[in-house]
Design a protein around this ligand. Structure first.
Ligand SMILES: Nc1ncnc2c1ncn2[C@@H]1O[C@H](COP(=O)(O)OP(=O)(O)OP(=O)(O)O)[C@@H](O)[C@H]1O
Length: 365
């Protein structure tokens, strides 16, 4: 299961030259405005014929400029989910969903209809028209419609961008289920680091038409070299942890590689694996184990890398028991603490700095 992309295309004033391989799951394309994300998506969809390249999904070639093979867009079996759902307003949800059936055998579709409706939680909406749905519900229906056409690849172009935070939080678990339960690879364009952190299996960052980084999401997101593409304020690492116990004061205790974490309570039974995103700007570093602090979380580690930005800040990458953590501090502090690769140090994190949405169970049940 994989997505293989190699593209070269030149517009006046812009030169795209990218190549990446992504395993099954959600591949997030990330990059600043104008980095080339839409151009990649358009080439994969067949809306742009690139000057050179090849794209294949699980070995199935969409095009190859060398051999001259070119599948037109309607034969690519690529499902789309756009920012604005694009449902047919005069058709019920059920009829919108069935719109894609022309592309598949009827029996196969009937079998899958119930599964997809169940996975997306849209059964109660089937008789309604799109005008009577919330933004998040519309997007779930749009995803269902795309899946029912039995795509070999799903393209999602900022599917949550038009939703407010509450609606985003509501739809994320469905996208996680989609990732975990279906075998359809997803190419996901986004500007949102929290969304990508939660959903992506693989992250590809583009910078000026080139691949700046590509690899497992946790690795790319905690790489100080990715900061220019992710934005300093958004930078943060994802670390795995295990639920140990829920305390009566509203905190949940977790076991992470670098030590114990106490974070706002989440609903997950002890023993359950979770992922937590720790923002670089919420982490304080100390060379000695601090005492008498109000902060409840202290993780032991070593400096893995220090990256200087253009301003007064530096990004420090720590190795905490094999997991990577990021801390943003001033250059002045980094120098005073003599933070260099290999230096032992402690990462300090306030429990309340971690928002509920930054702790999640990576595999939905
Ligand atoms: N048809 C075209 N003709 C000329 N230039 C183009 C064309 N399409 C895109 N470009 C240029 O290619 C560059 C990359 O555009 P693209 O839309 O792929 O970026 P993006 O990363 O998707 O940006 P955004 O996040 O703003 O959507 C831009 O400089 C854009 O102006």
């Amino acid at each position: 299961m994989s997505l293989s992309v190699a593209l070269r295309h030149r517009f006046p004033g812009f030169d795209l030259d990218v190549a990446f391989e992504a395993p099954a799951g959600v591949t997030a394309l990330f990059g600043r405005s104008g980095a080339g994300k839409t151009t990649v998506v358009n080439a994969v969809a067949g809306l742009l014929r690139p000057q050179a390249g090849r794209v294949a999904v699980n070995g199935w070639e969409l095009f190859d400029t060398e051999s001259g093979h070119w599948l037109p867009p309607h034969r690519r079996r690529v499902g789309y989910v756009f920012q604005d759902g694009r449902l047919f307003p005069h058709l019920s949800v059920a009829r919108n969903l069935r719109y894609g059936r022309w592309f598949t055998g009827r029996r196969a579709e009937d079998d899958r209809f119930d599964d997809i409706v169940d996975m997306l939680g849209i059964e109660p909406l089937l008789a309604r028209r799109p005008g009577a749905l919330s933004g998040g519900e519309k997007q779930r229906v749009a995803i269902g419609r795309a899946l029912l056409a039995a795509p070999r690849l799903l393209l999602m172009d900022e599917p949550l961008a038009s939703l407010d935070e509450a609606r985003k939080a509501e739809i994320l678990p469905y996208l996680e289920r989609l990732r975990d339960r279906t075998e359809v690879p997803v190419l996901y364009v986004s500007h949102s680091v929290p969304e990508v952190a939660r959903l992506a299996t693989t992250v590809v960052t583009l910078r000026d038409g080139r691949v700046a980084a590509a690899g497992p999401a946790a690795k790319v997101l905690s790489d100080p070299d990715s900061i220019p593409d992710l934005g300093v304020r958004e930078a943060g690492a994802i670390i795995p942890a295990t639920v140990v116990v829920h305390h009566a004061d509203g905190l949940t205790e977790f076991e992470a590689a670098g030590g114990r974490l106490l974070l706002p309570r989440i609903e997950a039974e002890p023993g359950r694996r979770i992922a937590v995103r720790i923002h670089a700007q919420d982490v304080i570093l100390s060379r000695t184990r601090p005492e008498g602090l109000s902060a409840l979380n202290i993780l032991a580690g070593r400096v893995a890398a220090v990256r200087r930005g253009e301003g007064p800040g530096v990004m420090v990458q720590l190795d905490c028991g094999g997991e990577r953590l990021l801390a943003r501090l001033t250059r002045r502090s980094a120098e005073a603490l003599e933070l260099a690769p290999g230096a032992p140090c402690y990462a300090i994190l306030k429990s309340v700095a971690v928002a509920r949405g930054d702790v999640w169970t990576p595999m939905s049940g």
